[in-house]
Design a protein around this ligand. Structure first.
Ligand code: SF4
Ligand code: SF4
Length: 100
C-alpha cells in the first residue's frame, strides 16, 4: 500500500532544484524520450510531490536509466526541469537510502 512520507514531502517541496508542479501531464516528454521512459515526468514526479517515497523507490532503476539528455525538457511547454528533477531524486536515493 502506498504511504506518504512527510519528511520526503518536505524535502521535495522545499527544494529549489525540484520543479514539477507545472506539469500538465501532456505526455510530450514520454513521446520524445530516446529511452522510452514513460514513468519519469508524468508519474514519478507526481509520486515525489505527493511524498509517496515507496512508489519512487520502486522505480529506482528507471531513475538511473535516464540519460539526462534533456530532450524531454526542450519539448516541455510547462518548463519542468526534468533532468534537474532526476538529479534531485538520484541524490536523495544515494544519501537517504544507500547512505553514500
Ligand atoms: S512535457 Fe512537461 S508538462 Fe508535459 S508531461 Fe512532460 S513534464 Fe509534464
Ligand atoms: S532526460 Fe531522461 S527522461 Fe528526458 S528524454 Fe532524456 S533520457 Fe528521457
Amino acid at each position: 500500500m502506498a504511504k506518504v512520507n512527510p519528511d520526503f514531502v518536505k524535502k521535495v517541496t522545499s527544494s529549489v532544484e525540484f520543479n514539477a508542479t507545472a506539469c500538465m501531464n501532456c505526455g510530450v516528454c514520454s513521446a520524445v524520450c530516446p529511452m522510452e521512459i514513460e514513468l519519469l515526468p508524468r508519474k514519478l514526479f507526481r509520486y515525489a510531490l505527493l511524498g509517496l517515497e515507496d512508489k519512487v523507490l520502486e522505480n529506482t532503476n528507471t531513475i538511473y536509466q535516464c540519460l539526462l539528455c534533456k530532450t524531454c525538457e526542450a519539448n516541455c511547454t510547462a518548463d519542468v526541469h526534468i533532468a534537474e528533477n532526476v538529479r534531485f531524486l538520484r541524490s536523495y536515493i544515494s544519501k537517504e537510502i544507500f547512505k553514500l
